[in-house]
Design a protein around this ligand. Sequence first.
Ligand code: 9MR
Length: 364
Amino acid sequence: MKKTLTLLAASLVMVSCSAEPRTLKDAFKDKFLIGVAVNQWQCSGEDSLGAATAKKHFNSIVAENVMKCEEIHPEENRYFWDDADRFVKFGEDNNMFIIGHCLVWHSQLAPWFCKDSLGNLVDAQTLRDRLRDHIHTIVGRYKGRIQGWDVVNEAIEDNGDYRNSDFYKILGEEFIPLAFQYAHEADPDAELYINDYSMNNAGKRDRYVKLVNDMKSKGIRIDAIGMQSHMGLDYPNLSDYENSLKAFASTGCKVMITELDMGALPSVNRGANVADKVAYQKELNPYPEKLPDDVSAQWNNRMDSLMNIYLRNADVISRVTAWGVSDGDSWRNDWPVRGRHEYPLFFDRNYNPKPFLHKYLNDK
Ligand code: 9MR
């Protein structure tokens, strides 16, 4: 009897010891893809620690910058492929689900794209031709290698109006379905997404639901609605956010959380409009060394609530992607205020996972 008890105790110890630390991709493998935005230094291996964390924990990548129009297609007759090729190779070498970002976006648009030689807006047919060439060339180059594309990014204002971008001024609402049509022609197997920030806003939510339903009713391929999810400690309201998630799922599209980060610093503005900048003031950068424990606890609790939202909606969410590997990589160190010390991502500046992840990783 005593021997049996001793054996039982020993095997219990073994069971608890065998709870090895896991990776994020193991932890969420039956739920959704877990992705990360990577930069050119991670893909080239120059940032070896960032690359190692991306490989270890994530099974999907998206190009943070290297496929934006001004980078990849800086002049009408010149494409620049080196960084984008390295990004795709990085994903292939590591068996990742690869997302191209982004084909049509008013920001980081190469200056020539919507203009003629005098700087005036081009006519509708010229823009259609340019869009077709741009999308066919890029999507075509990576046909069968990139599995999903952010086709149109940030086309709608928070109140639900169409953004008055040059694309909209020249082509009106038509530019969105056209971009999807061209992408589908270029790679019929690729998944196609529409993507935006501040998706918790009711105006934006309603517009996207209508827009996507219209596209679907016309037989235009669209696979997912991307909720960027650039957040702060005090925005968005998580029930508005979850309502949007459910509303998007009601279209029959998958929902993707495409650019998740959550600032821990005082929020000066919301959303993710790259153009909204605020001047540096010391009070806006209160934790240049370390996040105080109480703020860290608040941040981790909110991330935990968010993960719970994702897990309870996992049947409609196909991917959750963090917008950068570690805190040191985040664009939020420079937006909306340049030079702050932010804490928005899954991994800290030493590549340690944040506490809200410990339970998924079997860490103490
Ligand atoms: O994180 C990106 C940052 O490095 C760039 O400077 C910036 C402008 O290209 O874009 C950032 O990524 C944006 C993404 O492409 C679209 N949604 C908002 C993201 C944060 O601005």
